[in-house]
Each structure stands twice: as structure tokens, then as C-alpha cells.
Design a protein around this ligand. Structure first.
Ligand SMILES: [Zn+2]
Length: 395
């Protein structure tokens, strides 16, 4: 491990007067090796630094920084000469990445205290910062960890850096060191500690004190493939979001004519009521559909229903029993503001072929032989005529 390189990160060294040692051309780009560098390559979900190399007042943007065989290669679009150069890291970008990455240490450390089985699977700090965590994690525990993270930020906890031989980690392991031994290539391990909150083997860049993060907010979270994905934000942006969320809550509470404390209970009750009403509506819709009379076209019973702005999911569910009829074709014409939704369901005719005929008039849609949904800008009568004609011709 090149400890000097990491000490630049620890001491926030962002500019170094150095020399170009080697330049390699690769796929139209120029890979530059420097004698010394403040730059960091991407790893562990933290993107590489941005910045530039300055030589004789000429600025070369660093497009990427890659680590190969323990060397850092700075990728440029143009060729640079060997000799003296000033290497400058973009301080604002580095600061943001360090804040996000440090916040992720504190948040995960906090979550781990509450949810022992939580494990970091992946981190992505690129466009929308997010953390992928495995384990059985409840929403409540995510909120608790968010509170604890902000307590640590407010307490102003110093970051401590340890450089240790990998055989000498026992005292840190006792403190709860997070380490993926399979990923440790060198004899020396860099360990980042926020005392009492998180201790982890890490090659990233960090804030010196937790207070630099200012604030941490869970922007959103979702469960997918057995993992919890937590989207988060830090700093002034997080404070801004917190303020917006608080005002949104206040607006909702005013809409419901209640206090902010009572809003959650009231919204829950509205959601329950809504789903009860939907069920009732579905029940009466089914009854209405069952009692309707078909139009006889030869051997076929054609059931036609006209609706306005109805959810197609509810309609397809409600017509299912009718479609099972031996000679039935069910046609729904559901009018929306700028389009007509056509649902065809049948066990006797090929709905897909019928939909293809209708789509000759424009629009889009598709489905299977038994159920098709199209959407087009036409009158109900035109569609009804096509359906009747095609049934007569025995499609
Ligand atoms: Zn770290």
C-alpha cells in the first residue's frame, strides 16, 4: 500500500507540484503517470476525483483516474509533455464525495447497532447517492438509524485513521471492525474510525470531523431482490430537502384539517377507506356486468360496455367471469380525455387478430389471443362496427 498517497487524502492535500514520468496512448486517450499525485482512483462505489493537470499555463482536464499495478494513471484527451506539472483536484467535488462517503459510514454504523444482520452489498455515489443493504431491515429501523446519524453529525466526532499490519488488527476487530479480508491485497490496512460509531477498513476519502457533513437525510428507500436500497443526501442539499418535506407535511395536514402529529393516522385511514370503497365499487360493477344482455351476432354473444376514465385493471378483473362464457366476446370502450381505450376479451375469437384490425386505424396496443388492450383516438361507434363486421366474417 502506498501510504503516502493515502496520507494526501487524510490531510486533504489537493494540489501538488510534481512531474510527468510517463505518457501512454490508449484508444485515443493519454494515460499519464505522475511522480506524486493528490488524485484518487474510483473504488468501493466512490467515483474518482475530478480535476486538472497544469503545465506551462495550459490546463488539461483529468477525465478519469485509474489504478493499475499500484500506479495511478490520469486519463487526458490531449498529449502532455514530460517534466514539471501542477496536479489540482476539484475541491468542491472531492468535498461532496467525502461528505457522502463519510455519511454512509455513519449511517451504516448506526443501522448496524439496531439491525445486527445488516450488511453493505454495494455503494453508488454517482448521480443519485445510494446504499444497497441486505438483512431484514424494517422501515422503523431505517428512520432510527437516520436519527442516530444526525446525532453523530451534530456531536462533531473526529475521524481517526489507523495504518495497521493486517496481522495486528485484534483490538480493532474487538471494536467491531468491518473488513472484507478477501479484498485486502497489501500487508498494511487503512482503517477509518468514527469513535464509538463506525470502524471500517476503507480506501476512500473522508471528512475530518462528522460536523462537516452538516445533515443527513434518507431521500427514499425501496426493497428489491431481497435488498434495501437507501437513497440519501447530505449537506445544504439535505437541509433544503428536510425543509421541503416538513412544509409538504404541513400542507397535507391542512388539507386533512388536522395536526401534523395526527396526519399519518388520518392518511392511513383514508387509504383503508379508499380500498374498501374500491372493493364495493368492484362488487357493484361485477353485478352490473353480470346482469347485462348480449347482442347476438350469429352464434356469438357480444357484450359491449362503455365507460369513462375507468381503470383498465378494474375493468379487466370485472369482465373475467363473462369472458369465460362459451360463445362470448366482451368489448369495453373506455373513453379518456384524448383517447379511447378498447379492451377485448374472449375465449372463442382471436382477440389479437381483432386488435390488429383495430390498430390499422392508428394507436397502440397489444396482448394475447384471449385479451387485448388498444388505445387510439377514434369514436366508439367506429370500433364497434369493426368488431361486429369481423365477428360476422368469422375472424
Ligand atoms: Zn470510507
Amino acid at each position: 500500500m502506498d501510504i503516502k498517497r493515502y496520507e494526501h487524502y487524510d490531510n486533504n492535500i489537493l494540489e501538488i507540484n510534481t512531474r510527468v514520468l510517463d505518457v501512454k496512448e490508449e484508444n485515443g486517450s493519454f494515460l499519464v503517470l505522475l511522480e506524486d499525485s493528490p488524485f484518487r482512483a474510483s473504488s468501493g462505489g466512490q467515483p474518482c476525483d475530478k480535476g486538472m493537470l497544469i503545465q506551462n499555463n495550459r490546463k488539461f482536464q483529468v477525465k478519469e483516474v485509474v489504478e493499475k499495478d499500484n500506479n495511478l494513471w490520469h486519463v487526458l484527451s490531449e498529449r502532455i509533455s514530460s517534466g514539471p506539472v501542477l496536479a489540482v483536484v476539484d475541491s468542491e467535488y472531492r468535498k461532496r464525495m467525502s461528505m457522502l462517503h463519510s455519511a454512509e459510514h455513519l449511517f451504516f454504523g448506526s443501522l448496524k447497532k439496531i439491525n445486527e444482520d445488516a450488511k453493505v452489498i454495494k455503494i453508488d455515489l454517482s448521480s443519485k447517492p445510494k446504499l444497497f443493504i441486505s438483512g431484514n431491515i424494517s422501515n422503523e429501523n431505517l428512520f432510527k438509524a437516520e436519527v442516530l446519524t444526525n446525532r453523530i453529525i451534530d456531536a462533531g466526532v473526529d475521524r481517526i485513521v489507523h495504518y495497521r499490519n493486517k496481522d495486528n488488527l485484534n483490538d480493532l476487530i474487538e471494536k467491531g471492525l468491518r473488513i472484507r479480508t478477501d479484498r485486502i491485497k497489501d500487508d498494511v490496512v487503512r482503517v477509518i474510525e468514527f469513535k464509538d460509531y463506525d470502524i471500517s477498513a476503507c480506501s476512500g476519502t473522508h471528512v475530518k470531523n462528522s460536523s462537516e457533513i452538516k445533515h443527513f437525510i434518507i431521500d427514499d428507500f425501496k426493497k428489491e431482490k431481497g435488498q434495501t436500497v437507501v437513497f440519501f443526501e447530505v449537506g445544504s442539499e439535505a437541509i433544503k430537502m428536510r425543509l421541503q418535506r416538513s412544509q409538504e407535511l404541513l400542507k397535507i395536514s391542512k388539507m386533512l384539517n388536522t395536526s401534523t402529529d395526527d396526519t399519518e393516522r388520518r392518511v392511513k385511514s383514508c387509504v383503508e377507506k379508499n380500498s374498501e370503497l374500491k372493493e364495493k365499487y368492484y362488487y357493484y360493477l361485477t353485478k352490473f356486468i353480470e346482469k347485462s344482455n348480449p347482442e347476438k351476432i350469429g352464434e356469438i354473444n357480444l357484450y359491449t360496455f362503455e365507460f369513462k376514465n375507468e381503470e383498465s385493471k378494474v375493468l379487466t378483473r370485472a369482465i373475467k367471469p363473462l369472458c369465460k362464457g362459451k360463445n362470448s366476446v366482451v368489448l369495453i370502450l373506455n373513453k379518456h380525455e384524448n383517447s379511447l381505450e378498447v379492451i377485448i376479451c374472449s375465449n372463442i375469437i382471436n382477440c389479437k387478430l381483432l386488435a390488429d384490425e383495430i390498430l390499422k386505424l392508428g394507436g397502440r396496443g397489444g396482448g394475447s389471443e384471449r385479451l387485448c388492450i388498444c388505445s387510439l383516438n377514434r369514436e366508439s361507434k367506429e370500433i364497434l362496427d369493426i368488431v361486429k363486421q369481423k365477428i360476422l366474417k368469422g375472424i
